[in-house]
Design a protein around this ligand. Structure first.
Ligand code: NAP
Length: 313
């Protein structure tokens, strides 16, 4: 375990605390937009930031600043300008397959960005959204006490970013599993969205038969992020959905919910697909979350219950 999540002890009701008045997010993508929307609904003044203007409806609703996290001066200037009470680091490439062929760019954005953010914090709390790819995936699932051993270039860059921010003593690293949702997902649709689109068009879908996830609904990531910021948590915490599921089984479930032909789902060995660099098990569970009362109202949703409901809306 890197660190135990510290902060207000058991019994503390985080929801009685105010949300940080002003929050700056580095990143303006899919996950950032949902965290920004949740914080904004709770009363925070929220700004998102990225190199290009945001693409999702949620991100576009927040105030946007242009920044490249790889520039220490630009990051420091933005923090001085916004004067946030808390920072969320949710920047950098999230396409794991792309990252594997661009390891230097991946490290520069995730680790370099985290280093620049850490240098600019000046005692402010920071929440980093990290990943299950910091583990090699040999175990079926990973709790906070598991020792990170990154599976790929993306995992190495995210672990380096984690360590950079944890060294400030003001950081919470929230490792989240594969995020899903439907709706406006920006440039890179998540697995649920892309599977729905492919099956609706009647095209076949090559899916790994030996790659497992604990998928987590994007709204749950947003709820947990806001609740944890509010409670002032530090350390490392895991957020995975309650169900461990293979991609092929999930894709067949999506086909059923759509009324599409399940034979369009073509299972294949992971090594023969775009998922070759992913760990066999990209799965998380938490040994700590049960001790945090602020998370009680937000148990992560079961992907098999959510999928039909999302598709029918
Ligand atoms: N989606 C998931 O399943 C998942 C799971 C676990 C962890 N995460 C983490 O969550 C974060 C966001 O994921 P996402 O799915 O929301 O990805 P996304 O939609 O691709 O968003 C990434 C954001 O980072 C910005 N960015 C990239 N390079 C940057 C740079 N050099 N300077 C400033 N901004 C930069 C992008 O905007 P520009 O390109 O315009 O700069 C974009 O706004 C990533 O750090 C990822 O590791 C995601």
């Amino acid at each position: 375990m890197l660190e135990s999540a510290a902060g207000p002890g058991p019994g503390h009701s985080g929801d009685s605390r105010p949300v940080p008045e002003r929050v700056l997010l580095f990143g303006a993508g899919y996950v950032a937009g949902h965290i920004a929307a949740r914080l904004s609904a709770l009363g925070s003044e929220v700004a998102v930031s990225s190199r290009q203007p945001p693409l999702t409806a949620e991100s576009r609703r927040a105030r946007w600043h242009q920044v490249d996290v790889e520039s220490p001066d630009a990051v420091a200037a933005l923090v001085r300008r916004v004067r946030p009470d808390a920072v969320v680091a949710v920047h950098g490439p999230s396409d794991i397959t792309w990252c594997e062929t661009h390891p230097a760019e991946t490290m520069a954005a995730h680790h370099g960005g985290a280093r620049n953010i850490a240098a600019a914090l000046d005692g402010r709390p920071v929440l980093l959204i990290s990943t299950d790819n910091v583990f090699d995936g040999h175990a079926e699932s990973h709790g906070e006490s598991a020792v990170p051993e990154p599976a790929n270039a993306y995992g190495r860059a995210k672990l380096a970013a984690e360590r950079e921010l944890l060294a400030t003593q003001d950081a919470l690293v929230l490792r989240v599993s594969l995020v899903y949702g439907l709706g406006d997902t920006g440039a890179r649709p998540n697995f649920l969205t892309s599977t729905v689109r492919t099956l609706r068009s009647g095209r076949p879908l090559l899916v790994p038969e030996d790659h497992w996830n604990t998928p987590v609904l994007v709204d749950d990531v947003a709820h947990w992020s806001a609740a944890l910021l509010r409670a002032g948590r530090r350390g490392v915490l895991h957020l995975g959905g309650p169900r461990r599921i293979g991609r092929a089984a999930w894709a067949r479930h999506i086909a059923e919910a759509l009324g599409a032909d399940p034979a369009l789902v073509r299972p294949a060995p992971r090594t023969g697909t775009a998922y070759a660099c992913r760990p066999r098990n990209a799965c998380l569970h938490s040994e700590l979350a049960g001790r945090y009362p602020e998370l009680g109202p937000h148990p992560p949703a079961d992907v098999l219950h959510c999928t039909p409901a999302l598709i029918s809306t």
